[in-house]
Design a protein around this ligand. Structure first.
Ligand code: PEP
Ligand code: MN
Length: 341
């Protein structure tokens, strides 16, 4: 971090500023130039709040030279991480990252035992490695279906036991942490909660695999800082998920930022999955963007599948049928083989 001193600053003000910085265990080395006084900060600058420094009258500018995220960054962890996900009742674990490709598929929301079980069996047959399904649903309207809550979690467990697929489902409140700790294999922190820092810290403490979805208006840097909140307790295994961001474009529900895949892979060691269902909002756009995500180097996909999309209680317009999913899985295999040649 480089601090450029204001021309109006007095020596006494600069001295107070530098003392404040060094009190945080960071050393400040002066670089004397022709026109400007500049200090290079050396040490663990994570504890220095660049915005607070900017508000100091003695400071003209603050330039960051290293990333504000650490634990999720490649700098301190150059090797790709693999997240290992335990299956139900001693089933073989599944893996994602470092060449392990994982597809999580299932309905947007758990609606009934029959529905979630049938879809789970279908997607398993087609090669999905994990069952997705919302029990607690973050809905824009308070009048929309909010999910079955803990009953939905019970239905996911039945489908998981009968198919051997691990469960991926979203947590919305710390109130249910112990239920998720006991019953869920991968805890999803949804896009709307990506910067719910209290929730991130609490989920991180459980030490379970977490799928962190990118906030609709979040930068990649903000996403990696959110991942650091999860990793701080030193236990969680984090999977990042690009699911589209909000732009001026209205032809799609969100703008799926596929360039986030190689950018995240360059900056972070964590596995990266892509959700083309929420990323586009339309079922017929799911396949091309899923294939493109695989081609871009994603470590996996999260796809909404429903046996009767027109009757779905949530996100039917972006859900593909089990038949379309099956054909998609064959094409994904071909794309993956092509990029590995
Ligand atoms: C979901 O996966 O069901 C979901 C609500 O996703 P997102 O948080 O990306 O909107
Ligand atoms: Mn959905």
């Amino acid at each position: 971090m480089i601090v450029v001193i204001s021309e109006r600053a007095t020596d006494a003000e600069v001295e107070t500023l530098i003392k404040g910085i060094e009190a945080r265990g960071v050393s400040a080395r002066e670089i004397v130039g022709e026109e400007k006084r500049v200090f290079g900060l050396v040490g663990d600058v994570a504890s220095i709040d660049a915005e607070a420094l900017m508000r100091n009258d003695a400071v003209e500018n603050v330039i960051r030279v290293s990333e504000p995220y650490k634990l999720s960054g490649r700098h301190f962890h150059p090797i790709d991480s693999v997240v290992e996900i335990a299956g139900p009742g001693g089933a073989e674990p599944v893996r994602v990252g470092a060449g392990n490709f994982l597809v999580a598929a299932g309905p947007c929301s758990v609606e009934s035992e029959e529905q979630v079980l049938k879809i789970a069996q279908d997607v398993k047959r087609s090669g999905a490695g994990m069952l997705r399904g919302g029990a607690f649903k973050p809905r824009s309207s308070p009048y929309s279906f909010q999910g079955l809550g803990l009953d939905g979690l019970e239905l996911l467990k039945i489908a998981s036991r009968k198919t051997g697929l691990p469960i991926l489902t979203e947590i919305m409140s710390p109130e249910y942490l112990s239920d998720f700790e006991r019953d869920v294999d991968v805890i999803q922190v949804g896009a709307r909660n990506m910067q719910n820092f209290t929730l991130l810290r609490e989920v991180g403490r459980l030490g379970k695999p977490v799928l962190l979805k990118r906030g609709p208006s979040s930068t990649i840097e903000e996403m990696l800082m959110a991942a650091d909140y999860l990793l701080m307790a030193g236990k969680a295994q984090v999977i990042l998920c690009e699911r589209g961001i909000r732009t001026f474009e209205t032809a799609t529900r969100n703008t799926l930022d596929l360039s986030a895949v190689p950018v995240l892979k360059k900056r972070s060691h964590l596995p990266v999955m892509v959700d083309p269902s929420h990323g586009t909002g339309y079922w017929d756009l799911v396949e091309p963007m899923a294939l493109a995500a695989a081609a871009a180097g994603a470590d996996g996909l999260v796809i909404e599948v429903h046996d009767q999309p027109s009757c779905a209680l949530c996100d039917g317009q972006q859900s593909i049928t089990p038949m379309v999913f099956d054909a998609l899985m064959r094409r994904i295999e071909r794309v993956r083989a092509a990029i590995m040649e």
